[in-house]
Design a protein around this ligand. Structure first.
Ligand SMILES: Nc1nc2c(c(=O)[nH]1)N[C@H]1C(S)=C(S)[C@@H](COP(=O)(O)O)O[C@H]1N2
Ligand SMILES: [Mo]
Length: 200
């Protein structure tokens, strides 16, 4: 038994560390980071809009959105303030599902939210199974503090890109800095390249 215990101990921290981007540490619990007060939009008043450089703007009500195919997502999340959580469990609609319904050549997007928060992303970072509109966390409806009813989930980038209380995506011809990006955060935010701030 001791040899098994030693082997297990040796292996597990190593395994976890290999999944931690540089400068990150694991955190217990799930911190809340919001730049303003938490909006409480009831689902009856909620809708999701795709607009901008697009053949025709599209809008989904809550019922229409929830009727779209959804999937479980298990992923690691990384906040630029240096905490990470491994194996978080979400449920959401892949953005491919919504974007497949429209014609666009736009290379960039701005995600916008109740409360006014925005964040910018290249379209490649939200397509091909890399981004979701998440409505559940840990088997329960997403709490308002964490972005409920729906937040963007883009786990391969720092978590400020995962816009809480998201209400729409505007497709754009160029990269327009969002809230944190115009205050000095990196335009892309790849945690594996430590793209935290301008110039990183
Ligand atoms: N609408 C909105 N989305 C947001 C934020 C915010 O202030 N407003 N904060 C961002 C930042 S900086 C982080 S680290 C994560 C935090 O998500 P959490 O509060 O669920 O941990 O949400 C991101 N999405
Ligand atoms: Mo953050």
């Amino acid at each position: 038994m001791p040899s098994i215990t030693r082997g297990f101990r040796r292996r597990e921290p190593g395994g976890d560390e290999s999944r931690l981007p540089p400068g990150q540490h694991l955190v217990a619990g799930f911190p809340v980071l919001s730049a303003g007060p938490t909006p409480h939009t009831p689902t009856e008043a909620w809708s999701f809009t795709l607009d901008g450089e697009i053949d025709e703007a599209r809008r989904w009500t809550w019922d229409e959105f929830r009727a779209l195919p959804a999937e479980p997502v298990r992923c690691d999340i990384h906040c630029v303030t240096s905490w990470s959580k491994l194996d978080t469990e979400w449920e959401g609609v892949s953005l491919d599902t919504l974007l497949d319904e429209v014609e666009t050549e736009a290379p960039y997007i701005t995600a916008w939210c109740d409360g006014g928060y925005t964040t910018n992303l290249p379209i490649e970072d939200i397509t091909d199974g890399r981004a979701w509109l998440a409505y559940a966390y840990d088997g329960r409806p997403l709490e308002p503090e964490h972005g409920g009813p729906v937040r963007l989930l883009v786990p391969h980038l720092y978590l400020w890109k995962s816009a809480k209380w998201v209400r729409g995506i505007t497709l754009r011809p160029d990269d327009e800095p969002g809230f944190w990006e115009s205050l000095g955060y990196h335009q892309r935010g790849d945690p594996w390249q430590e793209q935290r701030y301008w110039g990183d």
